[in-house]
Design a binder for this molecule. Structure first.
Ligand code: OAD
Length: 248
């Protein structure tokens, strides 16, 4: 699947606001397991069991070991053609926002600057005592659990199940979803809220929505176009098609 798509009926132009919503599938071709696909288990644990405040309170060492394992995997991978294609949109479209659920930092490493990380970032940690955020912890961690310079224990700067998303991130993402003309939804199972409702917000407000995924999701019946395929194969051509219509 090349991703070249006929978007001529979408009414896009140089003043169109383009958003992209990504999930773990966008990094799958880098060799990073998705959450709900094969390889999503660590030891015997599912993500939902460990990505919770109660799990951290009970066994911070276990939870940090899982995050450090994931930091190690992600640090050793390179952005793929889907990440680079999204960076081209960021560079060339005047009104653009990437909303990502991914915590792997690969969009940032690919050079995308206008982005909202809804679920945080694996390479940041936050002090439970003083609240300071640090992004310079070594990979792998020399000490688990790691501690802040103030002596307090650090936690991953990740939004866990049962926790509220950062207010600024959710506001920016919701506003962009309501205001955009086109949303491309790539590599997400569209089951975790509130991210899963962003494309529906966009649709209700009159935007066109394109989904890129090898499989159907609960969102598929509502989208204008479902491009069946891998993000790394579909996104470059799709971005070319969008840029053809939005370039001044
Ligand atoms: P999931 O693992 O739930 O879904 C991954 C999606 O990517 C599935 O729909 C796959 O079909 C699709 N996929 C697989 N390979 C692909 C490829 N090469 N190209 C495109 N799509 C592909 O991941 P998310 O939807 O991101 O939260 O999960 C949402 C949240 O649940 C995550 O952010 C995480 C998790 O628990 C936190 O960590 C807080």
């Amino acid at each position: 699947m090349s991703g070249a798509a006929d978007l001529s009926s979408f009414g896009l132009g140089s003043d169109s606001f383009i958003t992209v919503l990504t999930g773990a599938g966008v990094s799958a071709e880098c060799g990073i397991p998705t959450f709900r696909g094969a390889g999503g288990l660590w030891r015997t644990y599912r993500a939902e069991e460990l990505a919770r405040p109660e799990a951290f309170r009970e066994d911070p060492r276990l939870v940090w070991e899982w995050y450090d394992y994931r930091r190690g995997i992600c640090a050793g991978k390179q952005p793929n053609p889907a990440h680079h294609a999204i960076t081209r949109l960021d560079e060339k479209v005047s009104d653009f926002l990437l909303i990502t659920q991914n915590v792997d930092n690969l969009h940032g490493r690919a050079g995308t600057r206008r982005l909202v990380e809804l679920h945080g970032n694996l390479f940041r940690a936050r002090c439970l005592d003083c609240g300071a955020v640090t992004s310079d912890l070594p990979v792998p961690l020399p000490e688990i659990p790691p501690h802040c310079t103030c002596g307090g224990m650090l936690r991953p700067d990740i939004v866990w199940f049962g926790e509220a998303l950062p207010e600024k991130a959710i506001r920016e993402a919701s506003e962009a979803s309501r205001d955009c003309d086109l949303m491309v939804v790539a590599g997400t199972s569209a089951v975790v809220q509130p991210a899963a409702s962003m494309p529906l917000l966009a649709k209700q407000a009159g935007a066109h929505v394109i989904e890129v995924n090898p499989d159907p999701t609960p969102l598929t019946p509502y989208v204008d176009l479902h491009l069946e395929g891998k993000a790394g194969e579909v996104m470059p051509g799709l971005v070319d098609s969008i840029l053809e219509l939005t370039s001044p």
